[in-house]
Ligand binder design. Structure first.
Ligand code: CDP
Length: 222
């Protein structure tokens, strides 16, 4: 079973999905983290696409969700914190707009969710990666709210970052993610929209958890 949450940066997808996964004891897949891993490999290749593609094929990318955290590894090295740097954030939308990168990450994800119940978050999961997902959500929030949320997170590891820089980064990423030709950020027709601008975090988690539980109990009856 696969449940997906798509939406723009800072709308609350990842934190909500993690809390839902912990509460329902299901798996969580952070697709953005995988694009960030690919971006780290791109930066390590000195931004040379042919070298990057070779390295992407050769590298072992692994990941798991444990104690409310999504852990990602490159050849066994934990890069979970490194992938959140501003340098990665500034390059990730470019790397993610590449169709070859998208095909590679999509394969990784489809393989990962085969054997368990998953909640996954991203930009195009309900439209392109898992069009037959059992449940789809699309999370939105106004720009101010999203920038402030992301600023509070980024500031913990990067003291020099400003709110304006974060706001500019998410505006640019949203623009690029929504307007790229390969699988843009888009609400699936059958996704349930959740506006988190004025919702309490617990409310979002309860809303999504309840929908999943309703689905599981209706499936058990049939
Ligand atoms: O958490 P945040 O919203 O800042 O971003 P993320 O989920 O870590 O994703 C980082 C970037 O990866 C996004 O800005 C997109 O460019 C890309 N991405 C994508 O293209 N498709 C996905 N399914 C997930 C992320």
């Amino acid at each position: 079973m696969i449940v997906v949450i798509d939406g723009p940066a800072g709308s609350g997808k990842s934190s909500t999905a993690k809390a839902v996964a912990a509460q329902l004891q299901i798996q969580f897949l952070d697709s953005g983290a995988l694009y960030r891993v690919a971006t780290l490999i791109y930066l390590n290749s000195q931004k040379d696409y042919p070298t990057f593609f070779d390295q992407l094929e050769e590298t072992e990318i692994s990941f798991y969700f444990k104690e409310k955290k999504f852990h990602a590894f490159i050849d066994g090295r934990d890069v979970s914190d490194e992938i959140r740097s501003m340098e990665v954030s500034e390059n990730v939308s470019e790397v993610a707009s590449n169709p070859r990168v998208r095909t590679f990450i999509n394969e990784l994800m489809r393989e990962a969710v085969k054997h368990d119940v998953y909640i996954a978050d991203g930009r195009d999961l309900g439209t392109a990666v898992f069009p037959d997902a059992d449940l789809k959500f699309f999370m939105i929030a106004d720009l101010e709210t999203r920038a402030e949320r992301r600023y509070r997170e980024v500031k913990e590891s990067d003291m020099n970052v400003t709110l304006d820089e974060v706001k500019q980064n998410i505006t640019e990423r949203d623009d690029r993610d929504s307007n790229r030709s390969s699988d843009p950020l888009k609400k699936a027709d059958d996704a349930i929209e959740v506006d988190t601008s004025t919702m309490m975090f617990e409310e979002q988690v309860a809303f999504i958890s309840n929908k999943i539980e309703e689905l599981i109990s209706s499936q058990n009856k049939t």
